[in-house]
Design a protein around this ligand. Structure first.
Ligand SMILES: [Zn+2]
Length: 464
């Protein structure tokens, strides 16, 4: 099915006009702070629909060509205008968006995005995200009204949820979140304003909804402005603390092939830990146990109350045996046999071991024997100092001042590249996550050269 004229007009308005507006703002801002006149290499014109408008713009294109004779002039437009633009003899390249069908159209739009600068691309992504926030707020507001009427019921849907899922093609997850937000927004309309501004999202509203009251809703919503799910869960845990969950070990049903007659005769049931003798767990047919109780499917860690968390995971028989052995060996230090305390000791020992191996950390560090000038080797003493200074976290700071929070797959990065005579000193080495290390390398050496010299990366390696 080809794109209709109405749809082309819509694209012209919602894609073409915002681009022109952003570029105009950019031009005006740069005009306020004039820099030395640069020679322009490429100039992009964009007008999707309207032969008349393009004809009217001909004098402008001609004057631009005269002013910048060296620049390459590109025109981005719908396929129907290609002949006209070629006949003008002013444009060096016409980028056409075909309107035969939606897939071809989207592929062409994707292709045209390659011509945007980083700044233009980021501006457009932000503008599109803002529009999505607006659209979410509007949809929630309309659902809030729809919920008070019987329109969806009369249309044959059993509930607003079924209507959202089947008639609006929302996923079940999206339908649930939108309806929760719509009902909350009827009581607290400020939610709509915050959704439109992107200050809260539907997940935040869903987590808070049962805690909002007329008295607290403004302060509470303000306290989670711009926060992620984990932070909002912390707020909820403070508002409504839940008691610690007693440790328990439960045997999970083991999925076994039905073809095995022994297994078919002995289905494994969920059994409370107290009724499972320790000896039974060692038998090979019992393969899996779980620590702690279920209650939050799909989520391993969840806050219960301030500074208290529930951890849920599935472990094998061997891990269980290790846990029990550690608990028994620690009886003198942890008489209660508390698994959480045993786990804490185990993790402390693991971290100290990892730090020693990966970051060359030590309680009594040996003095360095020094590094030969020009060597790529990062001495243990430098690694220790860098690890402590960067607090075991990627030290990349983005253009907006945001520091990366990554702690996994860290590598030692030469700020002034080793290939350009950068030394392995504390001041010249920083921790980087693998993606930022690669990003820095591309910035230093160019994408193609990095691709050509990069070998397959090794998980967990700390490459200098
Ligand atoms: Zn990073």
């Amino acid at each position: 099915m080809s794109i209709t004229t109405e749809q082309m007009r819509w694209i012209d308005n919602v894609v073409g006009k915002p681009i022109c507006y952003l570029l105009t703002c950019y031009a005006r801002l740069t005009h306020l702070f004039p820099k030395k006149e640069k020679s322009l290499k490429t100039i992009l014109f964009t007008k999707y629909l309207g032969i008349g408008s393009i004809v009217q713009a001909t004098p402008l294109i001609r004057s631009v060509k005269i002013k910048y004779p060296e620049a390459k002039l590109i025109f981005l437009t719908f396929h129907d205008n290609e002949g006209l633009l070629n006949s003008l003899g002013l444009i060096d390249e016409v980028l056409c968006i075909r309107t035969d069908n939606h897939l071809v159209f989207l592929l062409d739009v994707l292709g045209s995005l390659r011509h945007l600068s980083d700044g233009e691309l980021v501006a457009r992504v932000k503008s599109l995200a803002a529009r999505e926030h607006d659209a979410t707020a509007f949809l929630v507001a309309h659902l809030a009204e729809l919920d008070t009427r019987d329109v969806h019921l009369r249309a044959g849907y059993g509930s607003l949820f079924a209507y959202c899922r089947d008639a609006l093609a929302l996923s079940e997850h999206e339908a649930y979140h939108h309806i929760e937000a719509a009902r909350a927004a009827r009581r607290f309309p400020v939610i709509l304003e915050m959704l439109a501004a992107g200050s809260v999202n539907l997940t935040t509203v869903r987590l808070l909804v049962s805690h909002l009251t007329v008295a607290n809703h403004r302060d509470l919503l303000e306290s989670v402005r711009g926060k992620g799910k984990a932070d909002v869960e912390e707020v909820v845990a403070r508002l409504s603390p839940r008691p610690d969950i007693p440790p328990s070990l439960r045997k999970l049903p083991t999925p076994l092939p039905a073809a095995n007659p022994l297994d078919a005769q002995a289905p494994v049931a969920v059994v409370p830990a107290a009724s499972v003798p320790a000896a039974t767990v060692a038998v090979s047919t019992v393969r899996v146990v779980t620590v702690a109780v279920a209650g939050y499917p799909g989520q391993a860690v969840a806050p219960l109350s301030p500074a208290r968390y529930r951890l849920q995971l599935t472990i094998g028989v061997e891990t269980l045996e290790k846990l029990r052995l550690a608990r028994d060996l620690l009886r003198h230090a942890i008489p209660s046999g508390d698994e959480a305390a045993v786990l804490d000791r185990a993790l402390t020992a693991l971290l100290s071991d990892l730090a020693r191996k990966k970051f060359a950390a030590a309680d009594t560090p040996r003095p360095s024997r020094g590094t030969a000038p020009g060597s790529r080797h990062v001495p243990a003493e430098v690694k220790r100092a860098v690890f402590l200074r960067d607090l075991g976290r990627c030290a990349f700071v983005g253009t907006g001042g945001r520091r990366c929070a990554e702690r996994g797959f860290l590598e030692f990065h030469h700020v002034h590249p080793h290939a350009m005579a950068g030394e392995a000193t504390v001041s010249n080495v920083q921790l980087r996550c693998r993606r930022h290390n690669a990003c820095d390398a591309r910035a230093d050496f160019g994408r193609n050269r990095v691709r050509a010299t990069q070998g397959p990366s090794v998980p967990g390696s700390l490459r200098p």
